[in-house]
Design a protein around this ligand. Structure first.
Ligand code: ADP
Length: 701
C-alpha cells in the first residue's frame, strides 16, 4: 500500500515516536512536580495537575493521526506516576484512562470549533473555547470517569463531592495555566528592544514578589493589599501590554506560586481554618483559574481591539492610496502592499488582466514565501462566487471576487496565511471584503475614465469628420453646378442670338444634372439608412439583367472599357432599382479609380449568386480595407483633388446588399487594382416561375 510501509502505519515515524517519548517524559516530570509542590494529603491528589495542561496543548496543536500515539504516551506516564505511588492497580488503569479521556474530549471539541489546528488565544472566542472545553468539559469527563473507577474499585472517597471538586479543580487549573502558556506563549520578547525587555522583567518580578507577599506577609490587610490591589492589577498590565503571551506567563507564575504556598500552609487560603484542607486548595485553584482566564480574555480583547483599529487604518490608507493619481496597477500594488503589513503574516495575490506576481512580491517584502503557494490553483480556478475561506490542516487562505455589476469580475483577491495556524476572523474577512470593494470601485472608476476619454476622442473625431464632410460635400455639389450654370448661360445667349442650339452642350448639362441628382440621392439614402426608413420592394429578378442595365446606364461613353461576363440568367429575390444602384456604384467606382478595362462578372455558385467588379486601378491600401464600407470613408490614395466623391456610395451599397441577405467584400492592394465581391442568395427557377404566375394572376383580377 502507498501509505504504509509493510504493516506499519505511515504516522509511526521515528519523529512521531520521539515526540511521544518526549511527551511521556515531560508528563512524568510535570506530574512529579505537581505532586511535590501541590500535594493535598487528605485527598491523595495534587492540588494543581499540570500534566492536564500539557496533554491538552499537545493534542490541540498536533495532527489527529498523531493523537493515538500521544494519548498512549499520556496513559503510560500517568500509569507510571500512579503506580509509583502505590495506588491499587485497578484504580491506576481507571485514573489513567480518565487522564486520557480528559484532553481527548477537550481537544476534540476545540478542534471542531476552530478553522485551523492550534489555539493561539489571540481572540476572545479562543479563550472562551479554552475555558469551556479545556477547563470545564474535558476535566468534567475525566472527573466522572475517575469517580466511577474509584467507586467500582471499592475504595469510595471520604466525600464524593470533595473528590470530584478536587479532581476537576486540579485539572482545570493545570489546563488554564500550563495549556494557556504552551498555546499562547511566544518567545518574541527575547528579540524585543531593551526597554520592552526591561518592562517585562520588572513586570515579572513585581508579580512574583507581590504574590509571595500576598501569601507570606504577617499582616492580613497588608497581604490583601499586596495580592488583591497590586498583584492582580499587575496581571492586567501584563495582559494589556504583552498580549496573550504576557497574560499566559503572568497567570501561570502567580497561579503556581499561589497553589504551592497554599499547599505549604501559607497565605489567606491556608488560614481558612473553618474549612478542610482540600477545600482550601480547591478554592485557591478556582480563584487562580478564574484570574488566568480573565487575564487571557483581557489580553485577547485588547489585541482584538487593536487589530480592529489597525484594520480601520489599513482601509483608510489603502483608500487614500487607491484614490491617488498614478496608473491603476501601481496604485493597486501599493494599496495591497500596505494591507499585507496589517493582515500579516500573509501574502496577497491580485489576479487581474496583469497579474500581481506574488512570489516576487513576497521576496521583495522580505516575507517567508507563502506556505502552499496555491497560485496555480488560484489562477486556474474561476473566480469564487463570494468570499471563501479555506483551511487545510494548519494553513488558511481567503479568496474574493472583485467586481461590480457592470464589470464582473475585475479580478480575484486572495490572501494566504504565510505562517501555520493563522486564520482569518470575521473582522479580518470584513476588512478584506471592504478592500475588495475599494478595488472594484477603483477598477470601475478607471474603466469609466478610460471610457469617457474614448468617448471624448470619438466625439472629437466625429466633429472632425463632419467638418471635413461639409467642406467635401459643398465642393462636390459645386463641381457639377458651375459648368451647368456656364452651359445654361451659353445656351441662353445662343437662343437669344437665334443661333442653333448645340445638342452636345445639352447632353453635358444633363450629365452635370445627373451627377447632382446622384449626389443628392446618396445624401438622402444615408439619411434614410440612419433613420431606418429605406424601403425595399423585393421580387424575383434576374441579376444578370439588372447588371446589364446598370452597366448600360452608368457608362454610355465608357462602354468600350467594360467587359461583361455572365453565363446565363442568375435569379435572385430583390429590389431591382436598389440592386441596379449597387452595380452602378461599383462600376462607377471602378471606372473612376482606374483607367483600363473593368470586368463585371456574374456566376451562379449553387446557393449564392456571385457578382464581381474588377479593375486595375489605384487600389486600396491594405490597412484601410477594413474601413472601406464605413460612412464618409475615403482611402488616403483617393485625394479629393484628383477624385471627387463623398465616401457614401459603398456605405449605401453595403446596406442594400445586407438587406438582401447578402454579403459584400473587397480584395485589393494599393496600386494593384480592386475586386469587389457581392454574394446574394440564389432564387431557384421553380420559385421564380411560381412567383411570376402569381403576379400574372393578380394582374388578371
Ligand atoms: P466615393 O464617392 O469617395 O467614391 P465610395 O463609398 O464609393 O465613395 O468609396 C469609398 C472609397 O473607397 C473611395 O473614396 C476610394 O478611396 C475607395 N474605392 C472605392 N472603389 C474603389 C476602386 N474601385 N478602386 C480604388 N479605390 C476605391
Amino acid at each position: 500500500m502507498r501509505n504504509r510501509v509493510g504493516s506499519i502505519p505511515r504516522y509511526l515515524t521515528g519523529r512521531a515516536l520521539a515526540e511521544a517519548a518526549f511527551v511521556c517524559l515531560a508528563y512524568l516530570v510535570l506530574g512529579l512536580a505537581s505532586y511535590r509542590l501541590t500535594y493535598a494529603p487528605e485527598l491523595n491528589l495534587a492540588g494543581s495537575w499540570l500534566p492536564s495542561g500539557l496533554s491538552l496543548a499537545v493534542l490541540v496543536s498536533r495532527k489527529r493521526e498523531r493523537w493515538p500515539l500521544l494519548l498512549l504516551a499520556v496513559f503510560v506516564a500517568d500509569a507510571l506516576l500512579l503506580g509509583s505511588r502505590g495506588v491499587d492497580p485497578a484504580i491506576v488503569v481507571g485514573w489513567s484512562v480518565a487522564d486520557v479521556v480528559e484532553p481527548l474530549v477537550g481537544a476534540t471539541l476545540i478542534r471542531r470549533a476552530m478553522p485551523t489546528r492550534g489555539l493561539p488565544l489571540l481572540r476572545a472566542r479562543e479563550v472562551y473555547l479554552l475555558g469551556l472545553y479545556g477547563t470545564l468539559a474535558g476535566p468534567m469527563a475525566g472527573t466522572a470517569l475517575a469517580l466511577v473507577t474509584t467507586l467500582l474499585a471499592g475504595e469510595p472517597p471520604a466525600s464524593i463531592l470533595s473528590f470530584s471538586l478536587a479532581w476537576w479543580g486540579s485539572a482545570a487549573l493545570g489546563t488554564a495555566s500550563l495549556a494557556a502558556l504552551l498555546l499562547a506563549a511566544r518567545p518574541r520578547i527575547l528579540r524585543a528592544p531593551p526597554s520592552r525587555l526591561a518592562e517585562a522583567i520588572l513586570l515579572g518580578s513585581s508579580l512574583v514578589v507581590l504574590t509571595a507577599q500576598g501569601f507570606m506577609l504577617a499582616d492580613v490587610v497588608a497581604r490583601f493589599v499586596a495580592l488583591g490591589l497590586a498583584a492582580f492589577p499587575v496581571l492586567a498590565w501584563a495582559a494589556i501590554r504583552f498580549g496573550p503571551s504576557g497574560a499566559a506567563w503572568g497567570a501561570a507564575a502567580i497561579s503556581l506560586l499561589a497553589v504551592i504556598l497554599t499547599a505549604r500552609g501559607y497565605g489567606p487560603f491556608a488560614e481558612l481554618y473553618t474549612v478542610q484542607e482540600y477545600v482550601r486548595v480547591v478554592l485557591v485553584q478556582a480563584l487562580f483559574a478564574l484570574a488566568t482566564i480573565t487575564a487571557l480574555l483581557l489580553a485577547a480583547m485588547t489585541a482584538e481591539r487593536r487589530r480592529a483599529e489597525s484594520l480601520q487604518r489599513m482601509l483608510v490608507d489603502a483608500g487614500t492610496i487607491l484614490a491617488s493619481i498614478s496608473p491603476l496597477q501601481d496604485r493597486v500594488e501599493r494599496a495591497l502592499r500596505r494591507s499585507v503589513h496589517t493582515l500579516g503574516p500573509t501574502a496577497i495575490f491580485w489576479r487581474s488582466e496583469r497579474p500581481f506576481v506574488p512570489e516576487a512580491f513576497a521576496q521583495r517584502e522580505g516575507m517567508a514565501p507563502p506556505t502552499g503557494l496555491r497560485l496555480a490553483e488560484l489562477a486556474g480556478a474561476g473566480p469564487p462566487e463570494g468570499l471563501e475561506q479555506r483551511c487545510e490542516g494548519a494553513s488558511c487562505w481567503l479568496r474574493l471576487p472583485v467586481g461590480t455589476s457592470s464589470f464582473n469580475p475585475a479580478g480575484v483577491l486572495a490572501v494566504e496565511a504565510t505562517t501555520a495556524r493563522r486564520y482569518f476572523d470575521p473582522s479580518e474577512t470584513q476588512a478584506v471584503e471592504a478592500l475588495g470593494s475599494r478595488l472594484a470601485l477603483e477598477c470601475e472608476r478607471d474603466r469609466l475614465l478610460g471610457e469617457s476619454e474614448r468617448l471624448y476622442r470619438d466625439a472629437q473625431e466625429a466633429v472632425r469628420v463632419r467638418d471635413e464632410f461639409l467642406s467635401v460635400a459643398s465642393h462636390e455639389l459645386k463641381t457639377p453646378l458651375t459648368p451647368l450654370a456656364t452651359r445654361l448661360q451659353m445656351l441662353q445667349r445662343r437662343v437669344r442670338a437665334g443661333l442653333p442650339v448645340d445638342e452636345a452642350a445639352i447632353e453635358r448639362a444633363q450629365a452635370s444634372l445627373g451627377r447632382l441628382a446622384w449626389l443628392i440621392n446618396d445624401l438622402l439614402d444615408v439619411t434614410r439608412i440612419q433613420a431606418g426608413t429605406m424601403e425595399m420592394q423585393q421580387r424575383p429578378i434576374s441579376l444578370t439583367r439588372i447588371a446589364e442595365n446598370a452597366v448600360a446606364a452608368t457608362a454610355p461613353r465608357d462602354s468600350g472599357r467594360i467587359r461583361f461576363e455572365a453565363a446565363g440568367e442568375v435569379l435572385v429575390q430583390g429590389d431591382p432599382n436598389r440592386l441596379e444602384q449597387v452595380v452602378s456604384n461599383l462600376v462607377d467606382n471602378a471606372l473612376k479609380y482606374s483607367s483600363g478595362e473593368v470586368v463585371v462578372a456574374i456566376r451562379n455558385e449553387g446557393t449564392q449568386a456571385h457578382l464581381t467588379v474588377s479593375d486595375h486601378g489605384i487600389g486600396i491600401p491594405a490597412e484601410q480595407l477594413e474601413q472601406l464600407f464605413e460612412r464618409f470613408f475615403r482611402a488616403r490614395n483617393a485625394s479629393s483633388a484628383s477624385y471627387g466623391g463623398l465616401g457614401l456610395g459603398l456605405y449605401i451599397v453595403r446596406d442594400i446588399v445586407e438587406r438582401h441577405g447578402g454579403r459584400i467584400w473587397a480584395e485589393s492592394a494599393e496600386g494593384r487594382g480592386a475586386t469587389f465581391h457581392v454574394s446574394l442568395p440564389v432564387l431557384h427557377a421553380a420559385a421564380f416561375q411560381t412567383e411570376k404566375e402569381a403576379r400574372g394572376a393578380r394582374q388578371l383580377h
